[in-house]
Design a protein around this ligand. Structure first.
Ligand code: GLA
Length: 387
């Protein structure tokens, strides 16, 4: 199938979003240079595709005399169309942000009651992706369904294919109705912060470790065309963003990547890709790990065993093999065992275990296989039955 015939979000969308690092300081230069970096680093060849400007891109003072949103004249002096054109010239796709109320989360103008007008404006700029937030909107589920359906319909009718990314943080169970309102992905949690340990998250943010629990009970609702979204990656931010204490190690970042791939989550990088260090590139650019996320079967992992902080997650893949995560959420190294019945296999069946981070075969086993897993580490395996 050529790229052009590919249905929208057949596999979890991948790309970059400005929020985690740049917040309200996002500007045309950052976005264009990031798009350049996606090509230069080889991320594009690995599937990172959408370059998304989050909140704060418009003129905070409000709409123009036609009622149109206006790009911030200082940070986007040549308008949004020019930025979209640059992104498209590199073979990438371009995304933007709004909110289902009169104000966005950061209190810039939102799109409620301007859905058709804004969808038409976005289409005229060449927008391919809309993240649609839910700050300042009524808290009940019926209102959320109604407000997302309004924008979903406007996007369907705007004359351009625009991926619709819902962001109401999971409180109204969007996995039950996201597809119905035209969504291709829906956030399932609050904002994941650049932290493994954090106590002061009263505003609704959560750590990588806390986000993992949300995935345990909604795996059945994700799949081709409509994905559970566990929020942008904090991989590589190293405290340079504006949320979280920046106390993550590379092991923590790798666990976010491993688990997000097991969850079949969209993978939106959030660090400054222009200055990405080597460890960050290795975490975000391992083709065997990304292949788990992008597996065409689109089934998310389930937790199949748990003993204190030690967990086993497994995800069936399209070729009949399994992706397995051995996750140690605790503070001491420990052995974690995968038993064949966790995969629905008989003990007598021989299977090959491959370590995806190391890109090495571990060996052939029957009945079970085990690994020593460091604190916060996820060992990511692919287990393939021998014929
Ligand atoms: C909310 C969203 C974030 C980001 C900000 C922007 O918190 O969950 O992902 O879009 O708003 O203000």
């Amino acid at each position: 199938m050529s790229q052009a015939d590919k249905p929208l979000a057949a596999t979890p969308p991948m790309g970059w979003n400005s929020w985690n690092t740049f917040g309200e300081k996002v500007d045309a230069r950052v976005v264009c240079e990031t798009a350049d970096a996606i090509v230069r680093t080889g991320m594009k060849d690995l599937g990172y595709e959408y370059v998304v400007i989050d909140d704060c891109w418009s003129d905070k003072r409000g709409r123009d005399s036609n009622g149109d949103l206006v790009p911030d004249p200082e940070r986007f002096p040549d308008g949004i169309r020019a930025v979209a054109d640059h992104v498209h010239s590199l073979g990438l796709k371009f995304g933007i942000y709004s909110d289902a109320a009169h104000l966005t989360c950061a209190k810039w103008p939102g799109s409620y009651e301007h859905e058709e007008q804004d969808a038409a404006l976005f289409a005229s700029w060449g927008v391919d992706f809309l993240k649609y937030d839910y700050c300042h909107a009524p808290s009940d589920q019926a209102s959320a369904i109604d407000r997302y359906a309004r924008m979903g319909q406007a996007l369907r009718e705007c004359g351009r294919e625009i991926l619709f990314s819902l962001c109401e943080w999971g409180g109204r169970a969007p996995w039950l109705w996201g597809r119905r309102v035209g969504g291709q992905m829906w956030r399932c949690t609050g904002d994941v912060v650049d932290a493994w340990y954090e106590t002061d998250l009263t505003w609704g943010g959560l750590t990588i470790n806390a986000a993992i629990d949300h995935a345990a009970y909604i795996a059945d609702y994700t799949g081709p065309g409509g994905w559970n979204d566990f929020d942008m990656l904090v991989v590589g931010i190293r405290g340079r963003g504006h949320t979280g204490k920046g106390n993550c190690t590379d092991t923590d970042y790798r666990t976010q990547m491993s688990m997000w791939c097991l969850f079949a989550s969209p993978l939106m990088a959030g660090c400054d890709l222009r200055t990405m260090d080597e460890a960050t590139a290795e975490t975000m650019m391992n083709p065997e790990v990304l292949a788990v996320d992008q597996d065409p079967l689109g089934k998310a992992a389930k937790r199949v065993a748990q003993r204190g902080p030690l967990e086993v997650w497994q995800r069936p893949l399209s070729d009949g093999s399994f992706a397995v995560g051995l996750l140690n959420r605790g503070e001491e190294a420990a052995e974690i065992e995968l038993r064949w019945h966790h995969l629905g296999l008989l003990d007598s069946e021989p299977a090959l275990v491959r370590d995806l981070w190391r890109r090495q075969d571990v060996g052939e086993f029957r009945e079970k296989a085990a690994a020593t897993v460091r604190p916060h580490e996820t060992v990511l395996w692919r287990v393939t039955l021998r014929p």
